[in-house]
Design a protein around this ligand. Structure first.
Ligand SMILES: Cc1ncc(COP(=O)(O)O)c(C=O)c1O
Length: 413
């Protein structure tokens, strides 16, 4: 499925819709705040002082450009010609989430806000928000489900060390979706003095657009780095999809048809998103909202959701705390319907096997989220052949997941 060059893409429209998906399904009281945010964001992108400061922070604080590493032993193990890893795990705080929080906190400061809030699942976005808020002198509170607080205690401690207040959310299953609901509810009450730093390409307009813009640095760097090292053909680009922020940042420049050499060859690789199948898409322990979900409204936007017959979100399951969200960003839903990106489910067991494989072949311990993307490599080798060249976005490092991996029984006895 290679989209044709005529398949020109643009989006979202003025109301924040990517095709049928997106929009603003929120109480009337929040609309003025979302409009103010949209205007401030658009103005900031036009202002060289803002973009210059963002660029400096990307370089000097986040540690960009992140390397694009050629993983030769992994390529051999999975049967591909070349595998390049886009090393977002080497960003400050250990994941791509910081690309977005630095951008949003810089915007919060520019808008004169003194306080930011965030939601977090795996804790990675919470740590990244607490970090950016500290850097910019902003007060910070992070909403986190009680189950995730239990699973990700290291990140909870880090947030507290950074001076953030961690607010436990006991409603529902005590995971990411409940934390988003609590953060949105709080924001409605404190919209005058509080900026909501949303952690994925979800939520009401302009969040999916804003997160995409702050994360597109990933795909743009991949294209530059391919150019710099003479890689003039990419067969596939792969990223994992929870809400979809690292994947949208990776895919978007390619969907636009960006290319190194102007021929468009590199610009139109097969784009593949890995979503969490959990115990399998045929079970009710899954997070595969693209494969198993249907369009509906949640958290202020319209997209593919795991939902019951009454339209209530179902509990999502994945071994990975960052992928157990019952929805997916609206631009991904549009990409799926338009055939611009293919989305494939990956089970917990497949992700754990890929985790072990990267650790043992390359000496790189990946996040379990990223391991879902790595798990697609053998499937791509079977489909594209042994000469194929593939880039995988390694969205984060595995430190936060060590206890989960230990519990799953991987590694030494
Ligand atoms: C390392 C890592 N990768 C991926 C994700 C999934 O989020 P997204 O789909 O927004 O990139 C998370 C979320 O916590 C994460 O921590």
């Amino acid at each position: 499925m290679f989209p044709s060059a005529e398949n020109v893409y643009s989006g979202p429209d003025a109301a924040g819709f990517f095709g049928a998906y997106g929009g603003r399904f929120v109480p009337e009281t929040v609309i003025p705040a979302l409009e103010e945010l949209t205007e401030a964001f658009e103005a900031a992108l036009e202002d060289s002082e803002f973009t210059g400061e963002l660029e400096d922070l990307r370089h000097d604080y986040i540690g960009r450009h992140t390397p694009m590493y050629r993983a030769k032993r992994l390529a051999e193990a999975v049967g591909l010609g070349a595998v390049y890893l886009k090393r977002e795990d080497l960003c400050h705080t250990g994941a791509h989430k910081i690309n977005n929080t630095i951008g949003q906190c810089l915007l919060a400061k520019r808008m004169g806000k003194k306080r930011v809030i965030a939601e977090t699942g795996a804790g990675q976005h919470g740590v990244a928000t607490a970090t950016a808020a500290t850097l910019m002198g902003l007060e910070c509170a992070v909403f986190m489900g009680v189950e995730d607080i239990r699973r990700q205690s290291l990140n909870v401690y880090k947030m507290k060390l950074l001076g953030a207040e961690v607010i436990p959310v006991a409603e529902g299953t005590g995971t990411l979706a409940d934390a988003v609901t609590a953060a949105l509810r709080h924001w409605v009450e404190r919209v005058d003095d509080t900026f909501y730093v949303l952690g994925s390409a979800v939520g009401p307009h302009p969040y999916p657009l804003m997160v995409r813009e702050f994360q597109s640095v990933i795909g743009l760097e991949i294209i530059d780095q391919c150019g710099a090292r003479g890689v003039d053909r990419l067969d596939a680009v792969v990223a994992c999809v929870g809400g979809g922020s690292n994947a949208i940042g990776t895919f978007y420049p390619f969907v636009l048809g960006a290319s190194v050499n102007g021929s468009g060859v590199l610009g139109r690789p097969l784009l593949v998103g890995a979503e969490a199948a959990g115990l399998g898409v045929d079970t009710d322990k899954t997070g595969a909202s693209m494969t198993k979900g249907s369009p509906g409204v949640m958290h202020g936007f319209y997209s593919y959701l795991l939902q019951d017959d009454a339209g209530n979100p179902l509990e999502a399951y994945s071994i990975s705390a960052g992928l157990d969200y019952p929805g997916v960003g609206p631009e991904h839903a549009h990409f799926k319907d338009e055939g611009l990106v293919r989305y494939e489910p990956v089970t917990d067991a497949e992700a754990l096997a890929a985790f072990e494989q990267l650790t043992r072949t390359e000496g790189i311990i990946p996040a379990i989220e990223s391991s879902h993307a790595l798990a697609l490599l053998p499937r791509l080798a079977a489909e594209l052949g042994p000469d194929a060249v593939v880039v995988v976005t390694l969205s984060g490092r595995g430190d936060k997941d060590i206890d989960i991996v230990r519990e799953a029984g991987l590694g030494v006895d």
